[in-house]
Design a protein around this ligand. Structure first.
Ligand SMILES: O=P(O)(O)OP(=O)(O)OP(=O)(O)OC[C@H]1O[C@@H](n2cnc3c(O)ncnc32)[C@H](O)[C@@H]1O
Ligand SMILES: [Mg+2]
Length: 198
């Protein structure tokens, strides 16, 4: 069975990706299993960051790796926080601070002008110097709420109201989120390119 390293330190992403990959014939290992530290995410796009995270994990482990670079683009903020979603409020990975800042920044923006999209770019490399990383991009469209609701998911889920669901993404069960999310869409497209089927 082929080992696949998941090049992420985000527990929410790890849980979702491991669940999405569960029906497939991979031995899925988080990068923490190899004591891999975080890559420096200094790319200017989700694509660049996903590739550099995947290469970093593959180089450290000697194994094929898949990375997820994702974030929330809010129309009224010109696409921010975008690639800076994880550190929007300053401290990396402080989900509550990030979504609190987002709500505060949008206080004056009326309903109907609060459109946003979650983006997820997945990058798969067969080895660290793979000259042809496999890339897939998924988008999930919705609106930013006026207040946080729900306790499932992670990150900005409590303030994201998907256009194709009732309530916030954090009010969806994990099973419901994986039918709709940017991550699920990206993984489906990635697996199609790799010609992997369940
Ligand atoms: O880089 P890794 O180690 O994968 O972990 P990270 O949390 O730093 O991940 P990113 O750099 O890709 O930043 C993604 C940000 O977007 C948020 N995000 C991504 N997908 C999300 C989802 O499905 N629901 C809610 N928030 C999400 C997430 O909480 C982060 O703040
Ligand atoms: Mg990151």
């Amino acid at each position: 069975m082929q080992t696949l390293v998941l090049a992420t330190s985000n527990k929410g992403k790890l849980a979702e990706l491991a669940d999405l990959l569960a029906p497939l014939h991979f031995d899925v290992q988080p990068q923490s299993a190899f004591a891999i530290d975080d890559a420096v995410e200094d790319g200017l796009s989700f694509i660049e960051n996903a590739i550099l995270k995947a290469r970093h994990a593959s180089r450290s482990s000697g194994l094929p790796a898949m990375a997820d670079d994702s974030g929330l683009a809010v129309d009224a903020l010109g696409g921010a926080p975008g690639i800076y979603s994880a550190r929007y409020a300053g401290e990396h990975g402080n989900d509550l601070a990030n979504l609190t800042k987002l709500l505060a920044d949008l206080t004056e923006v009326p309903a109907g002008e609060r459109q946003a999209q979650f983006h997820c770019v997945l990058a798969f490399v067969r080895h660290a110097d793979d000259p042809v990383p496999v890339i897939a991009h998924g988008i999930w469209r919705g609106q930013i709420a006026f207040a946080a609701t729900g306790s499932h998911g992670f990150g900005y889920d409590p303030v994201f109201l998907p256009d194709d669901a009732n309530g916030s993404a954090a009010e969806l069960t994990p099973a419901e989120k994986k039918q709709l999310s940017h991550r699920a869409k990206a993984l489906k497209l990635l697996l199609a390119q790799l010609q992997v089927t369940a």
